[in-house]
Design a protein around this ligand. Structure first.
Ligand code: NAD
Length: 251
């Protein structure tokens, strides 16, 4: 029996074919969950949902920086599927900027998607979870939050992902009496499309040299951790940050 049989999961930013969200959605579906993939583009989200194993998955457009869109998405999913058990706040963007290169629009873009989006999508489901006294949230932070960048994203990305950790812990504390668990994953260097071809061979070699396991992570490495945190396997874990980084930060 799957670890998520009968569960309904929403995964944001999960249309990217080689991304962490899609790999997570696929593993959840393999474990029996009905999965709602949300992303900026409705057709891409639907195509990703259609690609998942099993029946009944949905794809929807939802810009996580838009509070109304997040609340409308949550309401639509609850109406169509009856409930939401799991939320993975995966949508994120990054930019390889140095501190003095960060313009106001860079700051806004990166903090809005990574941090504001995580807040809004979580808020959208809290009334539902308070009613049901159950829920599990998995937030995608980053090793950049813990070690101060050094991979690809600039200081504004590190700050946004550190914000995600603070938000995770504070919301975990506030929602624990309601039976809702909130945890974060801190992936290290994972091979996906988020760097949009801007990662040079030199940068790659430098990053790999700092990874004791000697390889980049895969999206499946992160999905496995998301499955653990989303499922009842982690029933006494809340407010945790779990490293998936090949040993690149050991603390
Ligand atoms: P990706 O670029 O493959 O996927 C990110 C997805 O988010 C895309 O499908 C994109 O369309 C979507 N998105 C962007 N803005 C959005 C918005 N406003 N609303 C909804 N969706 C939006 O990236 P990925 O590597 O799979 O990253 C997934 C998450 O993991 C991100 O939060 C990222 O910061 C984090 N992360 C990635 C790595 C890595 O090495 N790949 C490391 C640490 C953390």
């Amino acid at each position: 029996m799957g670890l998520l049989t009968g569960k309904i999961a929403v995964v944001t930013g999960a249309a990217s074919p080689r991304g962490l969200g899609k790999a997570t959605a696929k593993l959840f579906a393999e474990h029996g969950a009905t999965v709602v993939i949300t992303d900026l583009d409705a057709a891409q989200a639907q195509a990703a949902a259609d690609d998942l194993p099993g029946e009944g998955h949905m794809g929807m457009a939802c810009n996580v920086t838009d509070k109304e869109a997040c609340f409308a998405t949550a309401a639509a999913v609850i109406e169509k599927l009856g409930a939401v058990d799991i939320l993975v706040n995966n949508a994120g963007i990054t930019q390889p900027l140095k501190i003095m290169e960060i313009a106001p629009e860079n700051y806004d873009a990166v903090t809005d998607v990574n941090l504001r989006g995580t807040l809004y999508m979580t808020q959208a489901l809290i009334p539902h979870w308070r009613e049901r006294q159950t829920g599990s949230v998995v937030n995608m932070s980053s090793v950049s939050a813990q070690r101060g960048g050094g991979i690809f994203g600039g200081p504004h990305y590190s700050a946004a992902k550190a914000g995600v950790l603070g938000l995770t812990k504070a919301v975990a504390r506030e929602l624990a009496p309601d039976g809702v668990r909130v945890n974060a994953i801190c992936p290290g260097f994972i091979a996906t499309d988020i760097t949009a071809g801007k990662l040079t061979d030199e940068m790659r070699a430098q990053v790999l040299a700092g990874i004791p396991m000697g390889r980049a992570g895969t999206a499946d490495d992160v999905a496995g951790c998301a499955l653990f945190l989303a499922s009842d396997l982690s029933s006494y874990c809340t407010g945790t940050e779990v490293d998936v980084n090949g040993g690149s930060l050991i603390h």
